[in-house]
Design a protein around this ligand. Structure first.
Ligand SMILES: C[S@@+](CC[C@H](N)C(=O)[O-])C[C@H]1O[C@@H](n2cnc3c(N)ncnc32)[C@H](O)[C@@H]1O
Length: 262
């Protein structure tokens, strides 16, 4: 049986080969996309990994796949679309194409607008079994003038209470960079972390306390840190031993209760 709350310093395919069928409640990950970064040990067999994710996920579980395309020879690669269609082909439901909007992205060169977003695809194995939507106050909160028909058919206007909350939209806005994505300075030794707030928002939406969350490309350990904080179980794989060390330091700070959140 695989030991929970552990990061395995290996190819995620090796980790998944030891995970039983229908075992994991949620996957939250950002794969190494195209050749955007040098991750010291780059090794990415997309189709095998997607098939394995389907196998280990419980019925109703979700995969949150945070991804963007590189530009090569003047064209975006379209890799994220191809991956999304492959997930559908092997039986996943494309439940929600959410957007991770960066308020302050790196400038983009060439004849195109600045690249402000990445996709956060939500693939589910059948319908999601857990959905705890983040809510916001309605813009027109409180009482409002509503039209009503009177007893003689005449139109009356009277004050009624409106619903006060609604689900937020599927574009999530985050500021990124030093001291903003996380307060953990050491995390920035990794070139491509996602914001802690992103991990927080996704984990509370698609899982409950005690659930098991897996990140096959855990990098600096953001998924594990936030899963630990939110009383979820977790598992991670990371091919680079240098990044595993960073992740372990960040997770220890949560376990020892000495952390600062953004
Ligand atoms: C985009 S980064 C993930 C960053 C992470 N979300 C964070 O917040 O730190 C992708 C990671 O996948 C790792 N990686 C690449 N191929 C891998 C594989 N086959 N198995 C496990 N990890 C791999 C890279 O070393 C890199 O750290």
């Amino acid at each position: 049986m695989i030991e929970l709350n552990t990061i395995f310093n290996e190819n995620c395919l090796d980790t998944m080969s030891r995970i039983p069928n229908n075992f994991v409640d949620m996957v939250l990950t950002s794969p190494p996309y195209d050749n955007l970064r040098d991750y010291k040990g780059y090794f990415f067999q997309f189709e095998e990994i997607a098939n394995e994710l389907f196998r280990i996920l419980k019925n109703g579980g979700v995969v949150i796949w945070v991804v963007a395309d590189a530009s090569e020879n003047g064209s975006e690669t379209g890799t994220s679309f191809r991956q999304a269609l492959y997930f559908k082909e092997i039986g996943f439901n494309l439940n929600d194409t959410m957007i991770y909007y960066k308020n302050n992205p790196m400038p983009t060169s060439g004849p195109r607008y600045h690249q402000h977003f990445e996709y956060m695809f939500c693939f589910s194995k059948n319908q999601p079994k857990t959905f705890n939507p983040i809510m916001e106050i309605c813009k027109y909160n409180g009482s409002a003038n509503m039209k009503n028909r009177g007893t003689k058919g005449e139109l009356n206007y009277k004050k009624v209470e409106r619903t006060t909350e609604k689900k937020v939209g599927n574009v999530f806005f985050y500021s990124v960079g030093g001291g903003i994505s996380t307060k953990d300075k050491i995390a920035f030794k990794h070139p491509a972390i996602f914001p802690e707030q992103l991990a927080y928002d996704q984990i509370i939406t698609w899982s409950n306390e005690g659930d098991l969350i897996y990140d096959p490309f855990i990098g600096s350990g953001t998924t594990a840190k936030i899963a630990q904080l939110l009383n979820r179980n977790w598992l991670g794989s990371e091919i680079s031993s240098e990044y595993v060390e960073i992740a372990k330091i960040r997770i220890a700070s949560i376990k020892n209760n000495i952390f600062e959140l953004v």
